[in-house]
Design a protein around this ligand. Structure first.
Ligand code: ADP
Ligand code: ZN
Ligand code: ZN
Length: 761
């Protein structure tokens, strides 16, 4: 008889064993309350049930079982296990990101715990008494009530007519009147009146959690073009032929989403579940709306803007669903309990936001989706105009299926892309502030035709650093090793790493001679400057500073969509998922800082970003233009952007990656050591790297200083392991785990944090 349960707690700890008290039934995947440590009560998940008493003095009992049903299916548990193993975290750390916080409270007292735990709210329903199937009885009662208790009469009628509006006009009540639970919230009658009817047993109260009404099963879909139809058929064939993942590579506006819609409809109408992963929900509000127009109430959004109550409700509702659910959500939706999952679509699969940066597990939701498809026996479709090189290699090597869309839908043409040399413009006196004459001319033309412009700059704020021209002093964060960004509107210098801000000094704090000069430029400065050239234009800005709330975000987007603004200046935020029909010119103000990144993915990312920004132009027949300003016009990546030559880019980059043994030809695991004491940290880094080097030899690089080597007062030292893909990766993880334990067992280094990042991006 099983007496013990190994329980996962939301901590960086292994599972602990608790006793199952007599009379309590628990199953794998159940949530329970347990006491752990001195006093604290935690939510835990039952992972294993067995009869081996652990070797400790007392085994604490489980305090309570928390929900009626298990919160995790076997498949979900397998996914968690894979993630914990692959991303080198504990199951507890997976639990921390996987469940909404109200579903996993921890507290020091029982009552506090109870208070915090999410319980789905119940709703009150009323059912008509079956005694009224006898029509004469009903008529008698109604007669009586009409004379003596008018409000009860109205209430009883309200319940009946809510289900059958013409009930009084016919002799026969439909059977539905006796079968339908009428929600209290739909009734106008007062509760006291309803309770009075209840007392007389004319109506019966029923209380339960709100039911999930599933929408229609057949959906009205736009017809696919022959090309789209071909891609659609090919995808289905490849799924049927055993590919669990397929790449759909289609240029912007080619109708990838239309193909998704057809695949989704098919799964839903068969009662299966679909998960559509999207990069950032605020940026994909349009996509959700588009899905809701077709799939109605089937669509379940899941993202960071939802309240925790809503997330918990969603989790439990899906957990009980009989299938036919459709979630549109950000990376954490990979954890939702979709028991009938048949299809996962990862839109813009190359997007970096699928990778969780912090905290651990630093998972990549796209890769998890591919793994989940295997575990759940479902399928994964990866969609992008500019796939990640990892995915593209998998598709072209035959590991994944591969379908393509190479034409824009309808009359839309791809925009023409022009490279504008900033140095040459400067030499010729054709550079004005941050704009080359060419770009200014194009903006002028566009505005005079009554069309719209988007300007892209990947830095927010006014200027990324301020400098004293007299003594060379620059403003730096006191806690981080980075320069402070000047934000003109607030008059402050802001650290983009820790959020610290201080007023902009009037005079140079060092020599006290001159004023400080803002150097470089961010979106705020572009917004200000562009108005000098086009004072009549209506200019708006979209970046993290402008978007103070979801409402502010929507306002900026709607103003632009409805052409109340002419020019939209923005960061990455403007690149994703918008269909603005009126945009015919896109300007990329500085391609240099995209290309010059010291990262092996810099060229790939620059290409993806520029193609995506460019794709915002000319979604209508008139076509469009893109101007890219750069001081390095001969850069091969720029040529590839101009020609829309994804394959050229991919082949060049892959050749380099292969030569230098970078992903996808190797796997990277990075280690970042973190501590306030730089001396201790250096010693630790030397020691750990020596230990790892003994095993991994030249596969280990470092220790080295990361580009920003101090954040929030803590120093950082990193090292990097490049290992062969395949089976040896698992072996490597085992070794690393062992070495980490050994390292932390040394008393000196006990408090040195090591952040492990598998497949860093
Ligand atoms: P992508 O996802 O590849 O960027 P979309 O699916 O958003 O492309 O299509 C671009 C535009 O063309 C959208 O406004 C979409 O409604 C329209 N469109 C694409 N295919 C069709 C189709 N078969 N029927 C009607 N409209 C379509
Ligand atoms: Zn800082
Ligand atoms: Zn100075």
């Amino acid at each position: 008889m099983p007496l013990y349960a190994d329980i996962v707690l939301p901590l960086a700890q292994p599972e602990y064993t608790f006793a199952i008290p007599e009379g309590m039934t628990v199953e794998k995947g159940c949530a329970v309350a347990v006491q752990f440590g001195a006093k604290k009560i935690y939510t835990g998940i039952v992972w294993r049930i067995h009869d081996r008493r652990p070797n400790v003095k007392t085994v604490k009992p489980i305090q309570a079982r928390l929900y009626d049903e298990p919160l995790l299916s076997d498949a979900q548990m397998q996914l968690w296990e894979w993630m914990a193993d692959y991303y080198m975290s504990s199951l507890g750390e997976v639990m921390r990101v996987a469940l909404p916080s109200l579903m996993k409270p921890s507290a020091t007292t029982q009552s506090r715990f109870e208070e915090e735990l999410f319980r789905p709210r119940k709703e009150l329903y009323f059912l008509l008494s079956p005694a009224f199937r006898e029509r004469t009885h009903l008529d008698e009662v109604l007669d009586q009530l009409e004379r003596r208790a008018r409000r009860q009469y109205d209430a009883l009628l309200e319940i009946i007519t809510t289900v059958q509006p013409d009930a009084l006009k016919t002799d026969t009540l439909s059977p539905e009147v006796f079968e339908t639970e009428v929600p209290r919230r739909l009734l106008d009658s007062e509760l006291s009146v309803l309770r009075a009817l209840e007392k007389k047993e004319y109506i019966l109260p029923v209380e339960h959690e709100p039911s999930t009404e599933q929408g229609k099963v057949r959906f009205r879909l736009p017809e696919l073009t022959p090309h789209q139809q071909e891609a659609y058929t090919l995808i289905k064939e490849q799924f049927a032929n055993g590919k669990s993942a397929v790449l759909l590579q289609g240029i912007t506006s080619s109708g990838k989403t239309e193909v998704y819609i057809h695949l989704i409809a098919e799964v839903l109408s068969q009662g299966g579940d679909v998960l559509l992963l999207v990069p950032e929900i605020a940026l994909t509000a349009q996509l959700i709306e588009r899905m809701e127009r077709i799939f109605g109430s089937r669509v379940t959004p899941y993202h960071s803007k939802l309240t925790d109550v809503k997330r918990s409700e969603t989790y439990l509702r899906l957990n009980r669903s009989q299938g036919g659910s459709f979630v549109v959500g950000v990376r954490s939706s990979i954890f939702l309990p979709l028991k009938h999952l048949q299809l996962i679509i990862v839109d813009e699969e190359h997007d970096a936001s699928y990778k969780q940066a912090d905290p651990t597990p630093r998972y990549q939701a796209r890769d998890c989706a591919v793994m989940a498809a295997r575990i759940f026996s479902s399928k994964t479709l990866l969609g992008s105009a500019t796939p990640s090189l990892e995915t593209w290699l998998n598709a072209t090597s035959g590991k994944y299926g591969y379908a393509r869309l190479t034409e824009r839908y309808g009359e839309g043409r791809l925009p023409e892309i022009l490279i504008s040399d900033t140095l040459r413009a400067a030499r010729r006196g054709e550079r004005h502030s941050h704009f080359n004459q060419l770009l200014l001319d194009k903006i002028e033309d566009t505005l005079s035709r009554g069309e719209q412009v988007m300007l892209f700059q990947n830095r927010r704020g006014f200027s990324p650093y301020v400098e004293c021209t007299e003594c060379g002093w620059t403003a730096r964060c006191k806690d981080c090793n980075v320069s402070l960004t000047y934000h003109k509107a607030s008059g402050r210098l802001v650290c983009h790493y820790c959020g610290h801000s201080e007023p902009m000094p009037k005079k140079c704090p060092s020599c006290k001679v001159t004023d400080l000069v803002p150097m470089g430029f961010g979106t705020e400065k572009i917004e200000e400057e562009i108005l000098k050239f086009f004072p009549k234009a209506r200019v708006a800005r979209l970046d993290r500073d402008a978007v103070t709330s979801e409402r502010a975000f929507n306002a900026i987007i709607n103003d632009f969509a409805e052409h109340r603004t002419d020019i939209l200046v923005g960061t990455q935020m403007i690149t994703k998922g918008f269909d603005f029909d009126g945009v015919s010119l896109v300007g990329i103000l500085n391609a240099d800082n995209l290309l010059a990144n010291p990262d092996f993915r810099a060229s790939e990312r620059a290409f993806q970003l520029m193609i995506q920004v460019a794709g915002r132009a000319g979604r209508r027949a008139s076509g469009g233009e893109v101007v890219i300003q750069t001081s390095d016009p001969r850069n091969p990546v720029l040529r590839q952007v101009v020609e829309g030559d994804y394959e050229g880019m991919a082949l060049t980059q892959l050749r380099e990656r292969e030569e230098f043994f970078y992903p996808p030809y190797s796997r990277i695991i990075s280690f970042t050591l973190r501590h306030r004491d730089i001396q201790l940290l250096r010693r630790a880094a030397v020691e750990l790297s020596a230990a790892l080097r003994k095993i991994f030899g030249r596969r280990l690089m470092g220790p080295m200083s990361p580009p920003v080597d101090r954040i929030r007062g803590e120093y950082l030292i990193s090292m990097l392991l490049k290992i062969e893909s395949g089976a040896s990766a698992r072996r490597a993880r085992e070794i690393i785990r062992r070495e980490m334990e050994r390292f932390h067992a040394q008393s000196d280094f006990k408090y040195i944090e090591i952040l492990i990042n598998v497949d860093p991006q």
